[in-house]
Design a protein around this ligand. Structure first.
Ligand SMILES: C[S@@+](CC[C@H](N)C(=O)[O-])C[C@H]1O[C@@H](n2cnc3c(N)ncnc32)[C@H](O)[C@@H]1O
Length: 228
């Protein structure tokens, strides 16, 4: 199924942000996986930590080219996967990747806004065993709502996994300045309050939060799960 034929059973995503993302990725998507492997660090660690239960369901919010879903689908061969993205361009690439990998029967993709989505309407499922957000919160306006929407869409024993840019807290100042300038060109804004927001949203649902700093603050990795 091509991205232009993807299900439209959802509220229309905000047009200006969708256009912006399509503009960013129209050409970038062709070199995205090759180039991002050098600086979107921690994604494989997130996938390894998903620990999907047998026959489980996994949703990625802001799935981009589908790179993470392909790797996760190989690692958890009996799980079903769902990918949501606001960019038709990215979904076009993701859809082709699923077909190439023989995963189209096990992966459903849909266009939508990660801050306000109706999973039941998009995927026929209201909740998921695992939800993850990889380097997308830093590109989503109103990203805090993505955190609350994801927690609301978790199954009773589900977990939410997040990896994104940290604040480069233990890295040299010049590196931080260069990185921030580079990221701004792609409309990426590392979320300084990520930990605080995850803590307060986690507390609201009575879950537990594990928050880790990777590579001297280059990236942050968090897991929200059931309190044990
Ligand atoms: C940096 S890419 C990350 C892609 C993938 N998760 C990865 O780790 O390679 C960010 C993705 O978030 C998507 N995105 C941005 N804002 C969004 C929103 N409001 N709702 C859904 N997806 C969004 C972009 O279209 C893009 O595909």
């Amino acid at each position: 199924m091509s991205a232009t034929e993807l299900p439209a059973r959802h509220a229309e995503p905000p047009a200006r942000h969708a256009e912006l993302m399509d503009g960013v990725y129209r050409w970038q998507r062709h070199i995205y996986d090759l180039t991002r492997k050098y600086y979107l660090l921690g994604r494989d660690r997130l996938i390894a930590g998903l620990d999907v239960p047998a026959g489980g369901t996994v949703l990625e919010l802001g799935c981009g080219t589908g790179r993470n879903i392909v790797l996760a689908a190989r690692r958890y061969p009996d799980a079903r996967f769902f990918g949501l993205d606001i960019s038709t361009e990215m979904l076009e690439t993701a859809s082709a990747a699923m077909a190439r990998e023989g995963l189209s029967g096990r992966v459903a993709l849909a266009r939508g806004d990660a801050t306000d989505f109706d999973a039941e309407a998009l995927f026929g499922l209201a909740t998921f065993d695992r939800i993850f957000v990889s380097y997308s919160l830093s590109m989503i306006p109103g990203w805090e709502k993505t955190v609350s929407a994801a927690l609301a869409a978790l199954s009773p024993n589900g977990s939410l996994h997040v990896v994104d840019f940290g604040q480069q807290e233990a890295l040299p100042g010049w590196f931080r300045t260069l990185l921030r300038g580079w990221l701004r060109k792609f409309h990426v804004e590392p979320r300084e309050s990520l930990r605080d927001v995850l803590e307060s949203e986690t507390a609201k649902v009575g879950a537990s939060l594990r928050f880790r700093t990777l590579y001297r603050g280059y990236a942050w990795l968090a897991v929200v799960g059931q309190r044990s």
